[in-house]
Design a protein around this ligand. Structure first.
Ligand code: FRU
Length: 487
């Protein structure tokens, strides 16, 4: 361990200690979501299962609730319910990553855990340099940096980052989020036989390619994987204009499905589809676990989207990750489902069937509070239906459009909205509500909304409103939350 590395680790540990009480006294602290011990968390990184243990790393700025020279924080779990917070995996201690150990991925090879990440470097004039780097671990907690494995190829600006590595046939592949010299977002593909030497194959797709038209000035955090007979590219493009109900956040996250030709490095794909319709979702990453499930974790935050308006900054922390979700393909789109494991957090069920509300607003006995899971299934819904959560957020359905609204985080005099059309109507809402998060799985995971919510801590009421007649059932479970065995 270098002196600089040691120094950074000690300062981060001091920062945790200094603010521990403040962070822990926050009523918005989370019980089943990963949050930073102090400071800012952003992208999930290096999600992988190795010898039974899940590793989940994250972009971490310990010293501030703003962005900066990121560390890789590290959580592990054997069952996705009992978690350990490990010591930081990587610190920005070397010349090639001194301004941030930026996002990347993990793979297992020959009984070793390999991390690939972007070393972010700024020179004395503030000019950016980017290096794709590697680190290796034998025990899953101590990582040895191996330095730079990919230099910036020609044709790109220094916005070239977030390597995701996987194996296909005999070769290793790496997809990188990039900006071409003419300032278009791209997904660059590289290939290697030994993980150290990488050949740049070109862009598999990007803004201005594959009939996409102009599609953003930078693409971040790409991920390529197979779901059934589809090759999927997940990516977070920056620079898309909001368009009706679409692209409502500052930056987007979504996917293309199609066929990737690995020999030619060509990807024939359909339209971009947003993965999540909530206020906070970005930079998701997936892994294939040992059960063969494609698991996704996203960041429940969006860069530059009034981040400093989140009230948790008063308690010296900001942002969290989404719950892990399983991805499947239904023949025409990705379906996202909460993991089976989440059921282990449940207390006893409270069930009400065939509740009818007609032109009225009602509470339903016992349905209240948080953390809680609610499953609502509709038998009849004829005009408008709404659920009001804690006098704060509202989920409403009218004219085949589902809307989530909350007080505008920055301008409290306004309400902000996120919407999605539901051509097949509304059949089910499956909600997971933590102290300051809301995840809504709609119609079995056809659509998802992930958002932070900041109701008054003591406000527990959930109200149901119907114009016309609505008949539905509700199941509720109080949720116990993750168990933490710290360090
Ligand atoms: C996405 C991102 C990545 C980068 C990381 C830095 O949120 O900007 O492109 O690697 O965050 O923390």
């Amino acid at each position: 361990m270098s002196e600089r590395d040691q120094e950074l680790r000690e300062s981060a540990a001091e920062e945790i200690k200094k603010h521990k009480e403040r962070v822990e006294s926050d009523p918005y602290r989370l019980s089943f979501h990963h949050m930073p011990p102090v400071g800012l968390l952003n992208d999930p990184n290096g999600l992988v299962q190795w010898n039974g243990t899940y590793h989940l790393f994250y972009q971490w700025m310990p010293f501030d609730t703003g962005h900066g020279a990121k560390f890789w924080g590290h959580y592990t779990s054997k069952d996705l319910m009992n978690w350990n917070h490990e010591k930081p995996a990587l610190t920005p201690s070397d010349w090639f990553d001194k301004n941030g150990v930026y996002s990347g991925s993990a793979i297992v090879h020959n009984d070793l855990l390999y991390l690939f990440y972007t070393g972010n470097v700024k020179d004395e004039n503030g000019n950016r340099e980017t290096y794709q780097c590697m680190a290796v671990s034998e025990d899953g907690v101590n990582f040895e940096k191996k330095g730079v494995v990919v230099e910036l190829p020609e044709g790109y600006t220094a916005h070239f980052r977030d390597p995701k590595v996987w194996k296909q046939g005999e070769h290793w592949y790496m997809v990188i989020g990039a900006q071409s010299e003419d300032l278009q977002g791209k997904a660059a593909l590289l290939r290697s036989d030994n993980l150290y030497d990488w050949k740049h194959l070109g862009d598999i797709t990007g803004s201005g390619e594959n009939e996409l038209g102009s599609f953003g000035y930078m693409w971040e955090c790409p991920d390529v994987f197979r779901l059934e007979d589809q090759d999927i590219l997940l990516v977070s493009p920056q620079g898309l204009e909001s368009d009706g109900m679409d692209f409502a956040n500052t930056y987007q996250s979504g996917y293309f499905a199609g066929k990737l030709n690995y020999d030619q490095g060509e990807f024939k794909h359909g339209d971009f589809r947003e993965l999540d319709r909530g206020f906070e979702f970005y930079a998701p990453q997936t892994t294939l676990d040992e059960k063969g499930r494609r698991i996704l974790v996203g960041w429940m935050g969006v860069p530059d989207q009034y981040e400093q308006s989140h009230p948790t900054i008063e308690h010296q922390w900001i942002h969290c990750l989404t719950m892990p979700r399983e991805l499947t393909w239904n023949g025409s789109q990705i379906i996202q489902s909460p993991l089976e494991e989440m059921k282990e957090m449940r207390g006893p069920v409270l069930m009400h069937s065939s509740i009818t509300i007609e032109n009225d607003q009602k509470a339903v006995r016992g349905i209240e509070g948080r953390p809680v899971e609610l499953n609502i299934e509709f038998d009849r819904l004829d005009d408008q239906f709404a659920i009001e959560l804690f006098q704060y957020a509202s989920i409403s359905y009218k004219d085949e459009v589902l809307t989530l609204s909350r007080p505008h985080l920055e301008d409290k005099t306004k309400t902000e909205f996120r919407r999605v059309p539901l051509q097949q109507g509304l059949k089910q809402l499956h909600l997971f509500i933590d102290h300051s998060t809301l995840e809504i799985f709609v119609n079995g995971g056809e659509e998802v909304f992930s958002s932070r919510i900041y109701p008054q801590p003591e406000e527990e009421r959930i109200l149901f409103t119907s114009l016309g007649t609505s008949t539905f059932s509700v199941e509720q479970w109080k949720l116990g939350g993750y168990k933490w065995n710290d360090e």
